[in-house]
Design a binder for this molecule. Structure first.
Ligand SMILES: O=C(CO)COP(=O)(O)O
Length: 125
């Protein structure tokens, strides 16, 4: 069976939540191929050194767009994007573009921790 690919992205105020989420669901996440934006991936690997995560550029430096391009190419099966709705982001256009492509290509997209838990559990067989 094809190995599924997940993308992990978190805004700064949500990186602790993302690292805790990945630690909690580490066993569930192990079978997937994992990609992340730069800083999110660094935080995740710091917390879960046994997990292999391919880190792209940091979000504000093009990482969100790289993940968006992977979605457009059919290379991402689900997006976990922990969004901070209370802070301004200099790369807000990239954030919107990433979400937009997840909608255009109709891939599962969890924008908060509550949805992410339910989504990852839905991949269990
Ligand atoms: O900016 C981001 C999402 O918009 C995430 O990028 P980093 O993981 O590099 O902080």
């Amino acid at each position: 069976m094809k190995q599924l690919t997940l993308a992990l992205v978190a805004h700064d105020a949500k990186k602790d939540d993302m690292a805790a989420f990945v630690a909690l669901y580490e066993e569930d996440l192990r079978p997937f191929s994992l990609f992340s934006t730069g800083t999110t991936g660094a935080r995740v690997m710091e917390r879960c050194p046994a997990l292999s995560v391919t880190r792209l550029k940091s979000g504000p430096l093009g990482g969100d767009q790289q993940i968006g391009a992977m979605i457009a190419e059919g290379r991402i099966d689900a997006l976990f994007f922990f969004v901070d709705p209370l802070s301004p982001h200099p790369h807000d256009v990239d954030v919107k573009a990433l979400m937009r492509l997840a909608l255009v290509y109709d891939i599962p997209m969890a924008l908060n921790r509550a949805t992410a838990g339910r989504l990852i559990e839905s991949f269990r067989d």
